[in-house]
Design a protein around this ligand. Structure first.
Ligand SMILES: NC(=O)c1ccc[n+]([C@@H]2O[C@H](COP(=O)([O-])OP(=O)(O)OC[C@H]3O[C@@H](n4cnc5c(N)ncnc54)[C@H](OP(=O)(O)O)[C@@H]3O)[C@@H](O)[C@H]2O)c1
Length: 310
Protein backbone atom coordinates (compact mmCIF):
# COMPACT_ATOMS: atom_id res chain seq x y z
CA UNK A 1 0.00 0.00 0.00
CA UNK A 2 1.01 3.62 -0.43
CA UNK A 3 1.88 5.63 2.67
CA UNK A 4 3.88 8.51 4.07
CA UNK A 5 6.50 7.43 6.57
CA UNK A 6 9.83 8.31 8.16
CA UNK A 7 12.69 5.92 8.83
CA UNK A 8 14.56 8.13 11.33
CA UNK A 9 13.77 11.02 13.65
CA UNK A 10 14.45 14.47 12.24
CA UNK A 11 13.12 17.48 10.39
CA UNK A 12 12.93 16.64 6.71
CA UNK A 13 12.27 12.91 6.91
CA UNK A 14 8.73 12.34 5.61
CA UNK A 15 8.59 10.48 2.31
CA UNK A 16 6.22 8.48 0.15
CA UNK A 17 6.78 4.75 0.60
CA UNK A 18 5.31 1.38 -0.34
CA UNK A 19 4.54 -0.77 2.69
CA UNK A 20 2.90 -4.14 3.13
CA UNK A 21 -0.80 -3.82 3.71
CA UNK A 22 -1.24 -4.53 7.45
CA UNK A 23 -3.36 -7.43 8.66
CA UNK A 24 -5.78 -6.95 11.54
CA UNK A 25 -5.16 -9.18 14.54
CA UNK A 26 -7.49 -10.19 17.34
CA UNK A 27 -9.87 -7.36 18.33
CA UNK A 28 -8.54 -5.20 15.48
CA UNK A 29 -9.92 -3.99 12.17
CA UNK A 30 -8.32 -2.79 8.95
CA UNK A 31 -9.53 0.65 7.88
CA UNK A 32 -9.40 2.05 4.37
CA UNK A 33 -8.35 5.60 5.27
CA UNK A 34 -10.35 8.59 4.04
CA UNK A 35 -8.19 11.05 5.99
CA UNK A 36 -6.08 11.68 9.02
CA UNK A 37 -5.51 15.10 10.53
CA UNK A 38 -2.38 16.81 11.73
CA UNK A 39 -1.82 17.09 15.49
CA UNK A 40 1.29 18.71 17.02
CA UNK A 41 2.07 15.34 18.65
CA UNK A 42 2.68 13.93 15.13
CA UNK A 43 5.51 16.44 14.72
CA UNK A 44 6.80 15.70 18.22
CA UNK A 45 7.00 11.99 17.43
CA UNK A 46 8.58 12.60 14.00
CA UNK A 47 11.15 15.02 15.42
CA UNK A 48 12.15 12.55 18.15
CA UNK A 49 11.29 15.03 20.92
CA UNK A 50 8.80 12.55 22.36
CA UNK A 51 10.88 9.41 21.77
CA UNK A 52 11.01 8.57 25.48
CA UNK A 53 7.24 8.74 25.96
CA UNK A 54 6.21 7.52 22.50
CA UNK A 55 9.03 5.39 20.99
CA UNK A 56 8.16 4.18 17.49
CA UNK A 57 9.53 1.48 15.20
CA UNK A 58 10.86 2.55 11.77
CA UNK A 59 9.53 3.05 9.22
CA UNK A 60 6.77 4.85 11.09
CA UNK A 61 3.58 6.17 9.52
CA UNK A 62 2.29 9.33 11.29
CA UNK A 63 -1.34 10.27 11.86
CA UNK A 64 -3.04 9.54 15.17
CA UNK A 65 -6.52 10.55 13.98
CA UNK A 66 -8.36 8.39 11.49
CA UNK A 67 -11.58 8.58 9.50
CA UNK A 68 -12.33 5.84 7.01
CA UNK A 69 -14.31 2.71 6.27
CA UNK A 70 -13.83 -0.75 7.74
CA UNK A 71 -12.11 -2.94 5.13
CA UNK A 72 -11.42 -6.14 7.07
CA UNK A 73 -12.40 -7.53 10.46
CA UNK A 74 -10.04 -9.35 12.84
CA UNK A 75 -11.12 -12.21 15.05
CA UNK A 76 -13.15 -11.30 18.10
CA UNK A 77 -14.66 -8.13 16.64
CA UNK A 78 -18.43 -8.34 16.93
CA UNK A 79 -19.86 -4.86 16.53
CA UNK A 80 -18.24 -3.59 13.30
CA UNK A 81 -18.95 -4.63 9.69
CA UNK A 82 -16.98 -4.23 6.46
CA UNK A 83 -18.00 -0.91 4.93
CA UNK A 84 -18.86 0.84 8.21
CA UNK A 85 -17.67 4.48 8.26
CA UNK A 86 -15.67 4.99 11.47
CA UNK A 87 -13.53 7.52 13.32
CA UNK A 88 -11.03 7.04 16.09
CA UNK A 89 -7.88 8.01 17.91
CA UNK A 90 -5.13 5.46 17.18
CA UNK A 91 -2.46 4.33 19.67
CA UNK A 92 0.37 6.91 19.67
CA UNK A 93 3.18 4.46 18.96
CA UNK A 94 1.44 2.28 16.34
CA UNK A 95 1.54 3.09 12.65
CA UNK A 96 -0.86 5.94 11.90
CA UNK A 97 -3.30 6.90 9.18
CA UNK A 98 -1.15 8.73 6.59
CA UNK A 99 -1.58 5.57 4.51
CA UNK A 100 -4.11 3.82 2.32
CA UNK A 101 -4.88 1.40 5.16
CA UNK A 102 -4.32 1.33 8.90
CA UNK A 103 -4.98 -1.29 11.55
CA UNK A 104 -6.90 -0.03 14.60
CA UNK A 105 -8.05 -1.58 17.86
CA UNK A 106 -11.81 -2.04 17.41
CA UNK A 107 -12.36 -0.55 20.87
CA UNK A 108 -10.87 2.77 19.72
CA UNK A 109 -13.46 3.26 16.95
CA UNK A 110 -16.96 4.63 16.75
CA UNK A 111 -19.40 5.37 13.94
CA UNK A 112 -18.40 8.46 11.98
CA UNK A 113 -20.71 11.48 12.01
CA UNK A 114 -23.20 11.50 9.14
CA UNK A 115 -23.55 15.28 8.94
CA UNK A 116 -20.01 16.06 7.75
CA UNK A 117 -17.93 14.51 4.94
CA UNK A 118 -16.14 11.38 6.20
CA UNK A 119 -12.68 12.89 5.63
CA UNK A 120 -13.54 15.97 7.71
CA UNK A 121 -14.43 13.72 10.64
CA UNK A 122 -10.67 13.11 11.05
CA UNK A 123 -10.54 16.61 12.55
CA UNK A 124 -12.48 15.48 15.62
CA UNK A 125 -10.99 12.61 17.68
CA UNK A 126 -7.75 13.76 19.36
CA UNK A 127 -8.68 17.40 19.83
CA UNK A 128 -12.31 16.74 20.77
CA UNK A 129 -11.30 14.12 23.34
CA UNK A 130 -8.57 16.40 24.72
CA UNK A 131 -10.98 19.29 25.16
CA UNK A 132 -13.64 17.18 26.87
CA UNK A 133 -11.26 15.27 29.15
CA UNK A 134 -9.47 18.52 30.16
CA UNK A 135 -12.60 20.50 30.94
CA UNK A 136 -14.84 17.94 32.58
CA UNK A 137 -13.00 14.75 33.51
CA UNK A 138 -9.97 16.59 34.97
CA UNK A 139 -11.22 20.16 35.40
CA UNK A 140 -14.65 19.19 36.78
CA UNK A 141 -16.20 22.21 35.03
CA UNK A 142 -19.86 22.83 35.91
CA UNK A 143 -22.61 25.19 34.75
CA UNK A 144 -22.20 28.67 36.19
CA UNK A 145 -18.44 28.40 36.64
CA UNK A 146 -15.88 30.55 34.87
CA UNK A 147 -13.16 29.21 32.59
CA UNK A 148 -10.22 30.85 30.83
CA UNK A 149 -9.20 28.99 27.66
CA UNK A 150 -5.66 30.13 26.84
CA UNK A 151 -4.92 29.29 23.19
CA UNK A 152 -8.56 29.11 22.12
CA UNK A 153 -7.58 29.89 18.53
CA UNK A 154 -6.10 26.41 18.07
CA UNK A 155 -7.72 23.10 17.21
CA UNK A 156 -8.25 21.95 20.81
CA UNK A 157 -9.55 25.42 21.62
CA UNK A 158 -12.21 25.10 18.91
CA UNK A 159 -13.83 22.29 20.91
CA UNK A 160 -12.96 23.55 24.41
CA UNK A 161 -14.85 26.80 23.83
CA UNK A 162 -17.87 25.08 22.29
CA UNK A 163 -18.09 22.39 24.98
CA UNK A 164 -17.58 24.78 27.90
CA UNK A 165 -20.18 27.19 26.52
CA UNK A 166 -22.71 24.41 25.99
CA UNK A 167 -22.11 23.17 29.53
CA UNK A 168 -23.23 26.57 30.83
CA UNK A 169 -19.83 27.91 31.85
CA UNK A 170 -18.82 31.53 31.32
CA UNK A 171 -15.97 31.37 28.81
CA UNK A 172 -13.10 33.83 28.49
CA UNK A 173 -10.78 32.96 25.61
CA UNK A 174 -7.43 34.20 24.36
CA UNK A 175 -7.06 34.40 20.59
CA UNK A 176 -5.33 36.61 18.08
CA UNK A 177 -7.18 38.64 15.48
CA UNK A 178 -7.14 35.84 12.88
CA UNK A 179 -9.07 33.48 15.18
CA UNK A 180 -11.14 35.86 17.32
CA UNK A 181 -14.33 35.78 15.19
CA UNK A 182 -14.33 31.97 15.09
CA UNK A 183 -13.78 31.75 18.85
CA UNK A 184 -16.67 34.19 19.46
CA UNK A 185 -18.91 32.18 17.12
CA UNK A 186 -18.13 29.10 19.21
CA UNK A 187 -19.68 30.78 22.23
CA UNK A 188 -16.86 32.59 24.03
CA UNK A 189 -18.39 35.29 26.24
CA UNK A 190 -15.19 37.33 26.18
CA UNK A 191 -12.24 37.17 23.77
CA UNK A 192 -8.94 38.83 24.65
CA UNK A 193 -5.66 38.87 22.74
CA UNK A 194 -2.68 36.64 23.55
CA UNK A 195 -1.60 37.31 27.13
CA UNK A 196 1.72 38.82 28.13
CA UNK A 197 2.70 36.30 30.81
CA UNK A 198 6.03 37.92 31.66
CA UNK A 199 4.45 39.63 34.67
CA UNK A 200 1.07 39.39 36.33
CA UNK A 201 -1.47 39.62 33.50
CA UNK A 202 -4.62 41.67 34.04
CA UNK A 203 -7.47 39.75 32.45
CA UNK A 204 -11.07 40.93 32.63
CA UNK A 205 -13.13 38.33 34.47
CA UNK A 206 -10.23 36.92 36.54
CA UNK A 207 -9.94 34.96 38.74
CA UNK A 208 -11.33 31.86 37.00
CA UNK A 209 -12.59 28.59 38.47
CA UNK A 210 -10.65 26.78 35.76
CA UNK A 211 -7.74 27.89 33.58
CA UNK A 212 -7.21 25.58 30.60
CA UNK A 213 -3.83 26.29 29.05
CA UNK A 214 -3.41 25.00 25.48
CA UNK A 215 -0.18 26.91 24.83
CA UNK A 216 3.41 25.80 25.34
CA UNK A 217 4.43 28.07 28.22
CA UNK A 218 7.58 28.30 30.36
CA UNK A 219 7.37 27.47 34.08
CA UNK A 220 7.30 31.22 34.86
CA UNK A 221 4.55 31.90 32.31
CA UNK A 222 2.59 28.93 33.65
CA UNK A 223 2.91 30.33 37.18
CA UNK A 224 1.34 33.56 35.90
CA UNK A 225 -1.60 31.51 34.58
CA UNK A 226 -1.92 29.65 37.89
CA UNK A 227 -2.15 33.10 39.46
CA UNK A 228 -5.35 33.69 37.46
CA UNK A 229 -7.06 30.69 39.08
CA UNK A 230 -9.61 31.44 41.82
CA UNK A 231 -9.08 30.02 45.31
CA UNK A 232 -10.05 26.35 45.24
CA UNK A 233 -9.84 26.25 41.43
CA UNK A 234 -7.64 24.38 38.99
CA UNK A 235 -5.04 24.92 36.27
CA UNK A 236 -5.08 22.25 33.54
CA UNK A 237 -2.37 22.34 30.89
CA UNK A 238 -1.94 20.28 27.76
CA UNK A 239 1.82 20.93 27.70
CA UNK A 240 2.77 21.70 31.30
CA UNK A 241 0.97 21.17 34.59
CA UNK A 242 2.30 24.14 36.53
CA UNK A 243 2.79 24.21 40.29
CA UNK A 244 -0.21 24.01 42.60
CA UNK A 245 -0.79 26.71 45.21
CA UNK A 246 -1.88 24.76 48.31
CA UNK A 247 -2.29 27.92 50.40
CA UNK A 248 -5.13 28.96 48.07
CA UNK A 249 -6.39 25.43 47.41
CA UNK A 250 -5.38 25.71 43.75
CA UNK A 251 -4.48 22.45 42.00
CA UNK A 252 -2.50 22.03 38.79
CA UNK A 253 -2.58 19.06 36.42
CA UNK A 254 -1.34 18.09 32.99
CA UNK A 255 -3.74 16.26 30.68
CA UNK A 256 -2.69 13.21 28.67
CA UNK A 257 -5.43 12.52 26.16
CA UNK A 258 -6.61 8.93 25.97
CA UNK A 259 -8.62 7.16 23.32
CA UNK A 260 -12.22 6.66 24.45
CA UNK A 261 -14.70 5.44 21.84
CA UNK A 262 -17.70 5.95 24.13
CA UNK A 263 -16.84 9.58 24.72
CA UNK A 264 -16.02 10.03 21.04
CA UNK A 265 -19.47 8.61 20.20
CA UNK A 266 -21.00 11.32 22.44
CA UNK A 267 -19.04 14.00 20.57
CA UNK A 268 -20.17 12.50 17.24
CA UNK A 269 -23.80 12.67 18.44
CA UNK A 270 -23.31 16.36 19.26
CA UNK A 271 -21.87 16.94 15.79
CA UNK A 272 -24.86 15.24 14.18
CA UNK A 273 -27.44 17.11 16.28
CA UNK A 274 -25.82 20.37 15.24
CA UNK A 275 -24.55 21.40 18.67
CA UNK A 276 -20.84 20.84 17.95
CA UNK A 277 -19.09 22.20 14.87
CA UNK A 278 -16.21 20.29 13.29
CA UNK A 279 -13.69 22.95 12.33
CA UNK A 280 -11.44 22.30 9.33
CA UNK A 281 -8.94 25.03 8.53
CA UNK A 282 -7.42 23.33 5.47
CA UNK A 283 -7.62 20.09 3.53
CA UNK A 284 -4.30 18.92 2.09
CA UNK A 285 -2.89 15.76 0.52
CA UNK A 286 0.13 13.68 1.52
CA UNK A 287 2.37 15.81 -0.69
CA UNK A 288 1.71 18.76 1.63
CA UNK A 289 2.30 16.88 4.87
CA UNK A 290 6.01 17.72 5.14
CA UNK A 291 5.17 21.43 4.82
CA UNK A 292 2.46 21.09 7.48
CA UNK A 293 5.01 19.53 9.85
CA UNK A 294 7.52 22.28 9.06
CA UNK A 295 4.88 24.94 9.77
CA UNK A 296 4.17 23.31 13.12
CA UNK A 297 7.89 23.14 13.97
CA UNK A 298 8.12 26.87 13.23
CA UNK A 299 4.98 27.74 15.25
CA UNK A 300 3.11 28.87 12.15
CA UNK A 301 0.14 26.49 12.43
CA UNK A 302 -3.31 28.01 12.27
CA UNK A 303 -6.47 25.95 12.03
CA UNK A 304 -6.99 22.20 11.89
CA UNK A 305 -5.39 20.50 8.88
CA UNK A 306 -7.15 17.46 7.44
CA UNK A 307 -4.81 15.22 5.45
CA UNK A 308 -6.69 13.37 2.71
CA UNK A 309 -5.52 9.91 1.71
CA UNK A 310 -3.99 10.48 -1.69
N1 LIG B 1 -1.27 16.52 26.46
C1 LIG B 1 -2.14 16.10 25.57
O1 LIG B 1 -2.74 15.03 25.70
C2 LIG B 1 -2.41 16.96 24.36
C3 LIG B 1 -3.47 16.64 23.51
C4 LIG B 1 -3.72 17.49 22.42
C5 LIG B 1 -2.93 18.63 22.24
N2 LIG B 1 -1.90 18.85 23.07
C6 LIG B 1 -1.06 20.06 22.90
O2 LIG B 1 -1.91 21.18 23.14
C7 LIG B 1 -1.49 22.27 22.32
C8 LIG B 1 -2.69 22.78 21.52
O3 LIG B 1 -3.02 21.81 20.54
P1 LIG B 1 -3.79 22.27 19.23
O4 LIG B 1 -4.06 21.05 18.42
O5 LIG B 1 -4.92 23.17 19.59
O6 LIG B 1 -2.63 23.13 18.54
P2 LIG B 1 -2.73 24.16 17.36
O7 LIG B 1 -4.02 24.05 16.64
O8 LIG B 1 -1.48 23.99 16.58
O9 LIG B 1 -2.69 25.56 18.13
C9 LIG B 1 -2.20 26.65 17.44
C10 LIG B 1 -2.84 27.91 18.00
O10 LIG B 1 -2.25 28.27 19.23
C11 LIG B 1 -2.53 29.63 19.43
N3 LIG B 1 -1.43 30.28 20.15
C12 LIG B 1 -0.12 30.22 19.85
N4 LIG B 1 0.58 30.98 20.74
C13 LIG B 1 -0.32 31.52 21.60
C14 LIG B 1 -0.23 32.38 22.73
N5 LIG B 1 0.95 32.84 23.16
N6 LIG B 1 -1.37 32.71 23.37
C15 LIG B 1 -2.56 32.24 22.97
N7 LIG B 1 -2.72 31.42 21.89
C16 LIG B 1 -1.61 31.07 21.23
C17 LIG B 1 -2.69 30.26 18.07
O11 LIG B 1 -3.96 30.86 18.08
P3 LIG B 1 -4.32 32.23 17.29
O12 LIG B 1 -4.81 31.76 15.96
O13 LIG B 1 -5.35 32.83 18.16
O14 LIG B 1 -3.06 33.04 17.19
C18 LIG B 1 -2.64 29.07 17.09
O15 LIG B 1 -3.68 29.10 16.15
C19 LIG B 1 -0.35 21.75 21.45
O16 LIG B 1 0.86 22.15 22.03
C20 LIG B 1 -0.50 20.24 21.51
O17 LIG B 1 0.72 19.56 21.35
C21 LIG B 1 -1.60 18.05 24.11
Amino acid sequence: MRAIAFDRYGEDVLERVELDRPVPGTDEVLIRVAATSFNPVDAGIRGGWLSEIFPVAFPHVPGVDVAGTVAEIGTGVADLRVGDPVVGMLPMTANGAAAEFVVAPAESLTAAPTSVPLADAAALPVVGLTAWQSLFEIGGLRAGQTVLVNGAGGAVGDYAVQLAHRAGAHVTATASERSAARVRAHGADRVVGHLDLSGTPAVDGAPFDLVLNLVSTSPEETAALVGLVADGGMHVGTMIAGDPDPARGVTATRVFVRSDAGLLADLVRQVDDGSLTVEVGRRVTWDDLAAVHADSDAGRTSGKVVVLAA
